[in-house]
Design a protein around this ligand. Structure first.
Ligand code: SAM
Length: 267
């Protein structure tokens, strides 16, 4: 895989994370959907893999969350005992994340920066997390090589991302962003050509000494007519993003053609 060409990268709106309208922790912000509809599935996957299956004690282990946004994942990681740093290019997001961690009484280090240039020594981090971010970055091969560089041998890289399939074109782009009867996400939140097929990610990880472990799919918790019904209500303003997330959320599935979540081990 190559760095995203400029003509494609310029279609994604990564500036929206600096827009004053987008306040991560507010129930009426589209970004709140990540907390209500996506984060619970991630946390349950992470707990299952890390604590139950791999028997890892997170206490004091160094965790880096790349593209941390407003800190939804960082806060959960800090709560289970990781020593957490969140990094993100969006100054506003880092400010919001810092303020919110103070309100939550959590010790989290937040810094401005990108996944393409991590300000850490080689082999210095125990765990790297990168959730709903790989499909946003300009230079994915560079980000993966940076993740591999900073991870200690035996360290783990956790991610979730969106697959590049007809299903993601239909749901993540057309329904969520384009078709106004249902669209509830900002129009250029995602760009289909920047989505990543599992086999592409696998190759990149393996080229960077990161051992691929089979990911699992993420799909909505309920039947599509009910999802569409609630998208319609949200698009008409009858539900807040928080209310929507209480009805519709992602859960693990054998189907990886929309989203997938997984991890890799640094050798
Ligand atoms: C959809 S948000 C996900 C936020 C967070 N990971 C979560 O799940 O709550 C995508 C985030 O990626 C960040 N981002 C965009 N380009 C990036 C890059 N090159 N390196 C690191 N983060 C980046 C954005 O600023 C934004 O906060």
């Amino acid at each position: 895989m190559k760095k995203t060409p400029y003509n494609i990268y310029q279609c994604i709106d990564n500036d929206l994370y600096n827009d004053k309208k987008n306040q991560w922790w507010q129930a009426d912000s589209p970004l709140y959907l990540i907390s209500s509809s996506f984060n619970p599935a991630r946390i349950s996957y992470l707990r299952k893999k890390l604590i139950t299956e791999l028997n890892i004690n997170p206490q004091g282990k160094l965790a880096l969350d790349i593209g941390c946004g407003g800190g939804f994942l960082c806060e959960e990681l800090a709560r289970v005992g990781f020593s957490v740093t969140g990094i993100d290019p969006s100054e506003q997001s880092i400010q919001i994340a810092t303020n919110h961690s103070n309100i939550s009484g959590l010790q989290i280090n937040y810094i401005i920066g990108t996944g393409e240039a991590l300000p850490y020594d080689n082999s210095s981090i125990d765990f790297v997390f990168c959730c709903d971010v790989l499909e946003h970055v300009r230079d994915l091969p560079k980000v993966i090589s940076e993740i591999s560089r900073v991870l200690k041998p035996g360290g783990l890289f956790f991610y979730d991302t969106i697959n590049r399939t007809w299903l993601s074109q239909l749901i993540a782009i057309n329904i969520l962003q384009v078709w106004q009867s249902w669209a509830i996400a900002p129009p250029n939140l995602h760009v289909w050509k920047m989505f990543i097929k599992p086999k592409e990610l696998r190759l990149l990880l393996e080229e960077n000494n990161l051992e691929w472990k089979d990911p699992i799919g993420l799909m909505p918790n309920t039947a599509f007519p009910f999802v569409l019904h609630n998208l319609r209500k949200r698009s008409k303003g009858e539900l807040s993003y928080k209310d929507f997330g209480e009805k519709i959320w992602m859960k693990e599935s054998k189907v990886t053609s929309l989203m997938y979540i997984g991890f890799a081990i640094k050798h």
